[in-house]
Design a protein around this ligand. Sequence first.
Ligand SMILES: Cc1cc2nc3c(=O)[nH]c(=O)nc-3n(C[C@H](O)[C@H](O)[C@H](O)COP(=O)(O)O)c2cc1C
Length: 190
Amino acid sequence: MSKIVPEIETRRARRALSEEPVPEEVLARIMTAATYAPSCFNNQPWRFLVVSRDRELEIVKENLTGGNYWAKKAPVIVAVFTRPELDCRLSDRRDYAFFSTGLAVENLVLQATKEGLIAHPIAGYKPLPLKEAFGVDPEMILLTLVIIGYPGDEAHLNDKHRELEHSTRDRKPEDQVIMYNLWMEVGVEQ
Ligand SMILES: Cc1cc2nc3c(=O)[nH]c(=O)nc-3n(C[C@H](O)[C@H](O)[C@H](O)COP(=O)(O)O)c2cc1C
């Protein structure tokens, strides 16, 4: 048996969602888990807009890019915001807001996985109309939408996405991204 944390091992960016609602207490736990993430000086630069009401969900879904059609089934979408000024800004371009917010999103995703949910972060949406529709300060950065729902059937997926549901995890060889003790330029290429 793998000794990797089970939720890390089982999490995948799946797309076959059911429309079944997510109970409020489950959603609340997921969001609390997100806020338990560490951040620079405990600045907690993340801001979450949890969207689960029909009218508001409709607005978010209208602003997805075409390839994210599958997310229209989701009963919950969490919009994740931050901006550099909300966390440490240190020398050599270390703007930690994005880093800390990413940690919070991973907490959210892993707690959702533990709850038996799919939680799939996406970048394919139109941020400007979304910020405007919800009255969000234009200076805030809508970093990701996390698409959340229980696993459902695959009938609404296109062929490529149906195949991906059953694919093995695709990762670069570890020796291209992990170096022990000595830096080598292998990490610099795409
Ligand atoms: C920042 C970010 C943006 C992503 N954007 C999209 C997206 O717009 N649409 C989509 O279907 N998946 C999106 N994904 C999911 C990735 O494609 C997926 O995580 C990757 O292919 C690895 O697959 P795995 O998570 O199942 O291991 C995104 C993931 C991240 C972290």
